[in-house]
Design a protein around this ligand. Structure first.
Ligand SMILES: Nc1ncnc2c1ncn2[C@@H]1O[C@H](COP(=O)(O)OP(=O)(O)OP(=O)(O)O)[C@@H](O)[C@H]1O
Length: 400
């Protein structure tokens, strides 16, 4: 057996695979570590493990990426580099060594001091007890090197399998860490992800690999065996077909394996437009999970006290019914403007649309201005619908 890379589309069963593999290992007396980037995905992994296993287990360990770096890669060996104990992570989206809003570096922040020793101010805040999140992977890679891979040896002793989920979000130094681990663990690591869902980046900077092609090449260089999963097990075919339009000509067609629509859902399924003037009725009758571009999108016309996710925070989740509140750019794209994303510096906006669409199992509705109806090639939710035809207690927001 070799280390594995599973790259597969939304809803193909990547999370399901992690959990069922983990259960098999735990039933055989083993211990599993799953590392993922977002808090929502950590919660989703834990709850789906309990759903399938029937209870929680201390042999199923889920950690956020930064906690993993700090607890497993850095802190046990930090004396090799720093004297003070690192107590916490200082979260940084931007390079903390640059003056804000500028490309100018602050003084004395380089990695090495004049005497060749490591400069604490490169990795740690001035009080020297907090480590910058964006430099944790670099520090973990440094410690792995200086300790001749002691963290990997320790992990190999503790865990029978180590999963990295949402691997598309890893960049640069994260890959140096995976390289150091794979030297000691040639058959323990399983990386799982979908490059169409790259919407975060774990850190700033220019270190490769950054693009999906570079990342896949890196895994191949480390001798990871690549696998795929051919079908979508979450979304019905019409939702798969809409999701396939988001990255045209890049991937094979998503084929749905969902052929059974529950009775309580069957009165409304498929892909629809919902007019702004009817959004309150739609929400009232169908109780969809609301996914909005940002926390403020649609604020002026959506009812207050709704439960919602942003497109980004919905990653990893699934719902029977979804109502998308898109930004103008997404509406332009869905109206046929194939160049709507052309000026974007990254694929984040396009990928967020793909993530949002693929959260829906049975019905996907997209909110549009009334005047745009007719310009977008999807049916409009039936505005003459009679509320008595809708069951009061439907299953619309059940997570999958
Ligand atoms: N082998 C399987 N047997 C039965 N159900 C499955 C299987 N694989 C996946 N499913 C179901 O299909 C749905 C989607 O699976 P899952 O969430 O694991 O996909 P995913 O690839 O992680 O999705 P995403 O990347 O979009 O978050 C879930 O409801 C899951 O329970």
């Amino acid at each position: 057996m070799t280390n594995e890379l599973w790259i597969a589309g939304a809803g193909s069963g990547k999370t399901h695979k992690i959990i069922t593999d983990a259960i098999n290992i735990i039933d055989g007396g083993g211990r599993v570590l799953v590392i993922t980037y977002t808090i929502n995905n950590q919660a989703e992994l834990r709850s789906r493990f309990v759903e399938l296993y029937g209870k929680s287990s201390e042999d199923f360990v889920v950690k956020g990426l930064f906690s993993f770096y700090l607890e497993d890669m850095v802190r046990p060996y930090q004396n090799l580099v720093f004297t003070d104990r690192i107590t916490a992570i200082a979260f940084t989206e931007n390079n903390p060594h640059l003056w804000p809003g500028s490309t100018k570096y602050k003084k004395n922040r380089g990695e090495k001091l004049d005497d060749g020793l490591i400069n604490p101010l490169h990795y740690l805040t001035p009080c020297k007890t907090q480590v910058y999140s964006g430099l944790l992977a670099k520090l973990a890679a440094l410690i792995a090197k200086q300790s001749t891979n002691a963290p990997a040896k320790r992990l190999q002793d503790i865990y029978h399998r180590v999963f990295f989920d949402e691997v598309q979000d890893l960049v640069g130094w994260d890959y140096e860490v995976i390289k150091s681990l794979s030297k000691i663990m040639p058959s323990t690591i399983c990386c799982v992800g979908d490059f169409r869902q790259t919407i975060y980046s774990t850190t700033f900077g220019h270190k490769a690999p950054k693009t999906s092609q570079q990342k896949i090449k890196y895994f191949h260089k480390l001798k990871f065996k690549q696998h795929s999963m051919p079908t979508n097990r979450r979304c019905i075919q019409s939702i798969c077909d809409l999701s396939d339009t988001i990255h045209p000509n890049m991937y094979v067609r998503a084929v749905s394996e969902v052929d059974n629509i529950p009775d309580e859902i069957a009165h409304h399924y498929g892909t629809y437009l919902v007019k702004k003037s009817q959004v309150n009725d739609y929400i009232k009758y169908l109780n969809p999970q609301i996914l909005r571009w940002s926390s403020t999108t649609g604020k002026s016309y959506l009812p207050a006290n709704l439960s919602w996710h942003t497109f980004g925070s919905s990653k990893g989740l699934g719902f029977n019914r979804v109502l998308i509140i898109p930004p103008k750019k997404h509406i332009d794209f869905l109206s046929g403007d194939t160049e709507a994303f052309n000026k974007d510096k990254t694929d984040e906006s396009r990928n967020k649309l793909y993530v949002a669409i693929t959260r829906a199992r049975y019905s996907l509705a997209i909110l549009v201005d009334d005047k745009l109806v007719g310009k977008i090639p999807y049916p409009v939710w039936n505005d003459t619908i009679n509320s008595t035809t809708y069951p009061k207690n439907n299953l619309n927001s059940n997570r999958t």
